[in-house]
Design a protein around this ligand. Structure first.
Ligand code: UT7
Length: 344
């Protein structure tokens, strides 16, 4: 594990700022009422235990994470009228790549015409975007790169068992991401990131890799679906996310008044509420859209940034936080670098 003293991003004179945001949401809505017809569950249980009302599902079997990530990347480029040939790096965080290789990021790089970019995927489950953002920021800080796309994309419906009521109510499909560019003062200034592989088995997709390659046995045992021990994962998530947020606030001498928004991974509204409570933040300073999209894994945090972008102002301090499979978790301090569209 990293210590509180470990060197962080943002220590160079050149920071990496988010300068554009984009997203993609499939049209089809899978509601709690729909799920009541599929498994033994009910709207009241799902809403009170998770905060979810509906999620989006990419119904078209010929499209997957690369398609959604490409749409998000196109939106990012369009908002600033950016020539794709000026993109230096494409990072896609995903646990549902179109295939094990080539990387989904390479498919996106080709689709958007980022002819001068190198590209790779990032696998850190629900922390994929947070860790990918740090990685992208450090590429900018190095002085070697000017424009890095960081996109979280997950077609969770592809690995969800719709006969398992403990998981199928949770997940949805989406992609969202950001453009990182150099900035003198604003951007990513600090991170605390952690991993604890001792608990990998509590949240995993055990089949399909080199240990359990696809076979009749792995299909029969449902090893290609998400498997989660919800209760222990919940307990770890509640404490670890709140701890990471407290740590980043303490070491940057921030009080709740200094933080404009908490931008949490959207796995469970109760986890988000507990984290916000520990930070002393009121509801209107917490980005929550889990009710509309469910848990979209690597896409949740940039999807929040997209949904709140119009409200954000230059200099707003945001605490981004995640907890997910691995386990992986952490928090990041991001100072927003531009005024949203409805700025006065
Ligand atoms: O994003 C990556 C990180 N993941 C997370 O952070 C998820 C963490 N875990 C959770 O969010 C929660 O544990 C869940 C939402 C997955 C489950 O909520 P819970 O309050 O922990 O429920 P539970 O698993 O303890 O189950 C409570 C009861 C059980 O019945 P009994 O044994 O008390 O009779 C379950 O069988 O609720 C039952 N149950 C359901 N009932 C209706 C489980 N799933 C359902 C369901 N509908 N969909």
């Amino acid at each position: 594990m990293a210590s509180a003293d470990s060197p962080a991003v943002g220590t160079s004179d050149r920071r990496a700022a988010v300068t554009a945001v984009g997203h993609f949401l499939p049209e089809h809505r899978l509601t709690n009422a729909d799920l009541e017809q599929m498994v033994d569950t009910n709207d009241e249980w799902i809403r009170t235990r998770t905060g979810i009302r509906e999620r989006r599902i990419l119904k078209d079997d010929s499209k997957a994470s690369a398609f959604m990530a490409t749409e998000a990347a196109r939106e990012i480029l369009a908002t600033r009228d950016i020539d794709p040939a000026t993109i230096d790096v494409v990072i896609v965080a995903t646990v549902t790549p179109d295939m094990l290789f080539p990387a989904t990021a390479c498919l996106v790089q080709n689709e958007i015409g980022a002819t001068n970019a190198w590209a790779f995927d990032f696998s850190a489950a629900c922390s994929g975007f947070l860790f990918g953002l740090t990685t992208g920021a450090q590429l900018i800080e190095s002085g070697r790169y000017e424009r890095v796309l960081v996109i979280g994309a997950d077609k969770m419906s592809a690995i969800t068992d719709y006969t398992d009521r403990s998981t199928c109510i949770l997940f949805g499909d989406a992609a969202a991401g950001v453009l990182l560019e150099p900035h003198d003062t604003h951007g990513l200034s600090d991170v605390v990131h952690y991993a604890d592989g001792a608990h990998g088995d509590l949240l995993c997709q055990p089949g399909g890799g080199s240990l359990n390659p696809p076979s009749h046995r792995t299909v029969d045992a449902k090893m290609h679906y998400i498997q989660q021990e919800g209760r222990p994962v919940f307990k770890y998530a509640v404490t670890r996310m709140a701890d990471a947020c407290s740590e980043i606030m303490a070491r940057n001498n921030l009080s709740a008044d200094d933080v404009r928004y908490l931008v949490p991974h959207q796995a469970n509204k109760r986890i988000i509420d507990a984290t916000a409570k520990r930070m002393g933040l009121p509801d209107d300073q917490v980005m929550v859209n889990i009710d509309r999209y469910g848990n979209t894994t690597a896409a949740t945090i940039p999807l929040c940034l997209h949904d709140w972008e119009a409200k954000l102002r230059t200099g707003d301090q945001l605490v981004l936080t995640s907890f997910g499979g691995g386990f992986t978790w952490g928090a990041s301090l991001l100072t927003w670098a531009y005024d949203g569209a409805d700025a006065a």
